[in-house]
Design a protein around this ligand. Structure first.
Ligand code: CA
Length: 221
C-alpha cells in the first residue's frame, strides 16, 4: 500500500485530501505545520509527499530543500496558493517533482498522484526479474520455475520479488512485515514465517534458496 504524507495547514483542504486519497486506497498521514511534517518525512517511510508552500514553522520550500539534501526518495507535489510562475519555479528548484495550483479539484490531485506512483514504480523495478531458475514477470505477476508457471498468491509473489531484489541481504521479519504488509500492520511477524514456509513449499522444498538467519529473518542466496 502506498503511503502518502500530506503537509497542509488549512483544515478544510487537509480533510478533503485525506478523504479522497483514503477512498482511493492510499494510506494517508497528515501534518498541520512544516516542522512536524518534516519530522514525519524523516522518521517514517513515504512514497509521496503532498506539501503546501505556505506553512507555519517551516515553509514547503524549506522542507523540500531539506529532504532533497538528505536524498529523500519520495515524490513531492507542491501545493501553491497563488498562480504565480515564480513560486512554481522555486518549488521545482527546491526539489519538488510537480506542483498544483490552488484551488484544485480532488480528481486532478488524484490523477497526478496515480501517475507519479506508476512512474516511480516503473523506474525502480525491471519488468523481468531472474534468479537462478526463477523468473518473475512483475507486470503480469507471473512466476516461473525452470519455465514452468508457478501458482503463487499475490503476497507470495511480492515476497519472492522482494527477496530477489535484495538477494544476499539478510532481511529481518520486521522489515519484511513493514514493506510487504504495510507500515503499521499490527499483526505479528509470524505472518512472514507462514508465507516463507508456503513459498519454500512451492519453489524451494529443501530450503537451499531461502535461508533462515536465526534470530533475524531470511536471506535469499
Ligand atoms: Ca497554507
Amino acid at each position: 500500500m502506498n503511503r502518502i504524507l500530506v503537509i497542509e495547514d488549512e483544515h478544510s483542504i487537509q480533510k478533503m485530501i485525506h478523504y479522497d486519497l483514503t477512498q482511493l486506497g492510499y494510506q494517508v498521514v497528515l501534518a498541520s505545520d512544516g516542522l512536524s511534517g518534516l519530522q514525519l518525512a524523516r522518521n517514517e517511510p513515504f512514497d509521496l509527499i503532498v506539501l503546501d508552500l505556505m506553512l507555519t514553522k517551516l515553509s514547503g520550500l524549506e522542507i523540500c530543500k531539506a529532504l532533497r539534501r538528505e536524498n529523500h526518495p519520495a515524490y513531492m507535489i507542491m501545493l501553491t496558493a497563488m498562480d504565480e510562475e515564480m513560486q512554481k519555479i522555486e518549488g521545482l528548484d527546491a526539489g519538488a517533482d510537480d506542483y498544483i495550483t490552488k484551488p484544485f479539484s480532488p480528481r486532478e490531485l488524484a490523477a497526478r498522484i496515480k501517475a507519479a506512483l506508476r512512474r516511480s514504480e516503473r523506474k525502480e523495478k525491471p519488468v523481468t526479474l531472474q534468479h537462478q531458475d526463477i523468473t518473475l514477470d512483475t507486470l503480469s505477476y507471473e512466476a516461473y520455475l525452470k519455465g514452468d508457471k508457478l501458482n503463487l498468491t499475490l503476497k507470495e509473489f511480492e515476497l519472492l520479488q522482494y527477496l530477489i531484489e535484495n538477494k544476499g541481504i539478510v532481511l529481518s521479519r520486521d522489515q519484511l512485515l513493514k514493506t510487504l504488509w504495510g507500515y503499521g500492520y499490527d499483526g505479528d511477524t509470524r505472518v512472514v514465517d507462514v508465507h516463507i514456509f508456503k513459498l519454500r513449499d512451492k519453489i524451494d522444498p529443501d530450503a537451499n534458496l531461502i535461508k533462515t538467519v536465526r534470530g533475524v529473518g531470511y536471506k535469499l542466496i
